[in-house]
Design a protein around this ligand. Sequence first.
Ligand code: NAP
Length: 314
Amino acid sequence: MGSTLVSEVTLESATGKRKMPVMGLGTAPEATSTVTTKDAVLEAIKQGYRHFDAASAYGVEQSVGEAIAEALQLGLIASRDQLFITTKLWVTDNHPQTILPALQKSLRTLQLEYIDLYLIHWPIATKPGKVVYPIEVSEIVEFDMQGVWGSMEECQRLGLTKAIGVSNFSIKKLKKLLSFATIPPAVNQVEVNLGWQQVKLRQFCKEKGITITAFSPLRKGASRGANFVLDNDVIKELADAHGKTAAQICLRWLYEQDLTFVVKSYDKERMKQNLGIFDWSLTEDDYKKISEIYQERLIKGPTKPLLDDLWDEE
Ligand code: NAP
């Protein structure tokens, strides 16, 4: 298995029009996981994954960096350029003057000279301090989107990241960002799955040349109880008809929507299973059934209590 297994999309506003493999490995921590992030990333590289989705708030940057260093040492990859590494800045650093130091800190932790994509994790800023999740609403301060984006652009100009983007941005927030951006966001990473299909946001991003990366593509979230996508009777029926798993139906659908996506599995077999979506297709009849799946956002926000206006009623 090699790096050509997963196709790539071009990020137009990235330096050198950097390409991103459509499928990446998520690294958001789960309390139940028995496999370490370092071992999972190394195994994924062996299997042909080349795109990894980290975040400073996940506390995984050091492990991801150690796995990359070891993969290079073992000759699993010839050079760091063969990987596409994303990380995200946390809300405590979402201020114009703290962006560059936050990225420099992430680079040191990852042991990298550059990353491929730097994302604003949430359109929220809090007082500087340590990562607290869920975010206390009393910690929230005004988010200076224009000032922050100027600093993000500076990070790309300095060559510390090949591309910059956002996460959890509504159409309204993207329009505001596009009104002053010199470098438009390459990516908006948002929840997209069969239970939250995001038709309007996807259409808007397509028109503006913004690549969507779908998170929680299996809607598992981090241990969030009942899963009405993987346990959905319609999806199970489609899986049986195709001789695939429910997870593969979910991922194939994202692939056929021309989306990029990050799926988290630290299990060797499921990691392999998730790669098995590139050589078959869903039918027109499948699409009719898929359009009838009940829709509800899984990840409603990172704060306690939830904010009323986070999604701008979209
Ligand atoms: P997900 O990828 O939809 O689901 C992950 C869960 O599904 C894990 O419990 C995993 O367990 C299980 N799983 C994976 N493959 C499977 C398969 N083939 N069959 C059955 N179960 C399977 O959810 P997620 O972790 O929430 O999202 C993925 C990534 O998106 C995250 O890791 C993170 O990188 C990113 N994310 C970003 C944001 C944001 O705000 N930007 C928010 C959420 C997530 P095993 O490991 O045991 O296989």
